[in-house]
Design a protein around this ligand. Structure first.
Ligand code: CMC
Length: 423
């Protein structure tokens, strides 16, 4: 048996052997041998859009590795900034490299005053922070026009650094603006998660000192969100990046993709769902309505994981530590019971639907005091290094511009009818 697939065009009798490489066939090879052949794959479920050396996940076995390192080890022993370095550079840093990287990120946290005074204050008082964040990330491209020079590695590094450094600053700004509270400037003596919490919650104290357990829990959640290979937002980053747009424009587009409730917005949707369920008695009727197709069980299911999402397991383990500090989230018991009922139900078993990362993260964020509309913002801060690692990889690979085909299902050619002649 050879490692190839034979395709026969029964219209012409032409047969070609296509080699199977890494478990898949190369569409470009098919097109070369059989010009004009294409595949219809809405949602890209069977399409590998790129080669990538960043993240490996196996949906059946339920593992996730960044640059080969298991997510469990990184969540247990690493920090978010170290994981950023790992994703971007490909190797764990030495102590000196980590020190330099941390210094670089820490000293790029400030944003131009116009961003705060004119840009952020221009939003309506009830603007969703994700909309504000997405717009602000796009606006950064106007502050750093040199970002357009994507071929220069040093220049790319500078923009990557800015996006990772300034994400929390803009996110906290969006939150404070929504409350009508003055903005807190970054405190560069604090760690990455501590600084974010300080910008979020500081009121009048000379220095805000977040609870170390909560700061560490946030850091772990950021690690868990840091990359997830070709998900919807990362694919968006790569698609926009393939046109050679600057990284701020591409990251703003990726933020838009993450905003949706089927992707990063699911953590917010889970809390709405649990609140709506409200009590144990309503769980079974809710599950029945989902099975009838009247809605989805938010925080359940995944395109790739057909086993328990390893990130969900880690989040669940950390939830108890957080609740010891904050007090238990009253929705936790409903979530646990809902999970138990769903996992023993044939509808969910037959479709391999398990809790994904978003099922429990919202409960932690809510217990920590984050308002619901900030949840996806937190996801964005976490996913930023993954987007940037893929963008950098794409530029270095010099990947072709993303330009899929379509199957046209509209009207055939017809003649224009002047307005007066239309019925
Ligand atoms: N609740 C109920 N049924 C579901 C769910 C769900 N959450 N997810 C999938 N199904 C059913 C779906 O109706 C379909 O059934 P049938 O075969 O009878 O038509 C089957 O399972 C396959 O679903 P699909 O829509 O083909 O799956 P997909 O790979 O296109 O969608 C998903 C993946 C994550 C969008 C989907 O599972 C979903 O909408 N989940 C809820 C939203 C959510 O939690 N999103 C967060 C994903 S993880 C974090 C992230 O990456 O952003």
């Amino acid at each position: 048996m050879t490692d190839s697939i034979t395709i026969t065009d029964n219209r012409t009798g032409q047969s070609v052997d296509i080699p199977v490489v890494n478990g898949g066939v190369d569409m470009n090879a098919i097109q070369k041998l059989m010009p004009g052949t294409w595949v219809l794959d809405p949602g890209f479920g069977g399409t590998a859009s790129t080669e990538s050396a960043i993240t490996e996940l196996d949906g059946a076995k339920g593992f996730l590795r960044y640059r080969g390192y298991p997510i469990e080890q990184l969540a247990d022993q690493s920090t978010f900034l170290e994981v950023c370095y790992l994703l971007l550079v490909g190797e764990l840093p030495t102590a000196e490299q980590l020190g330099n990287w941390t210094h670089e990120v820490t000293y790029h946290t400030f944003v131009h005053e116009n961003m705060r005074k004119r840009f952020m204050e221009g939003f309506h008082h009830d603007a969703h922070p994700m909309g504000m964040l997405m717009s602000a990330i796009a606006a950064l491209s106007t502050f750093y026009p040199e970002a357009k020079d994507i071929e220069d590695a040093e220049n790319r590094h500078r923009q990557i650094n800015r996006l990772i450094s300034k994400g929390p600053t803009i996110a906290a700004m969006a939150y404070r603006a929504s409350l009508g509270m003055p903005f807190n400037y970054p405190d560069n003596s604090l760690s990455y998660p501590e600084n974010f919490l300080s910008m979020m919650w500081k009121v009048a104290e000379p220095q805000y000192r977040p609870n170390p357990i909560l700061a560490r829990a946030l850091d772990v959640l950021l690690i868990l969100h840091a990359d997830h290979e070709q998900n919807c937002s990362t694919t968006t980053m790569r698609v926009v990046g393939s046109s050679h747009a600057d990284p701020y424009s591409a990251a703003a587009a990726a933020t838009g993709a993450l905003y949706g409730p089927r992707h990063g917005g699911a953590n917010e949707a889970v809390i709405h769902m649990l609140t709506e369920i409200g009590s144990y008695d309503n769980i079974e009727p809710f599950v029945e309505s989902v099975k009838k197709g009247e809605g989805r069980l938010m925080g359940f299911g995944h395109r790739v994981y057909k086993a328990y999402d390893p990130r969900a397991r880690i989040v669940k383990e950390h939830a108890d530590e957080v609740f010891e500090v904050t007090g238990k989230n009253p929705l936790l018991d409903i979530a646990l019971k809902l999970e138990e009922i769903a996992l023993s139900d044939d509808y969910f078993k037959d479709r391999n639907l398990y809790p994904n990362v978003d099922f429990y993260t919202g409960l932690i964020y809510q217990a920590m005091g984050f308002p619901l509309d900030m949840f996806t913002v937190l996801f964005t801060i976490g996913r930023m290094p993954g987007w940037l690692a893929h963008w950098q990889e794409l530029v270095v690979q010099d990947q072709r511009i993303s330009r899929p085909r379509q199957v046209y299902t509209g009207e055939p050619e017809r003649q224009y009818i002047p307005l007066a002649d239309r019925g």
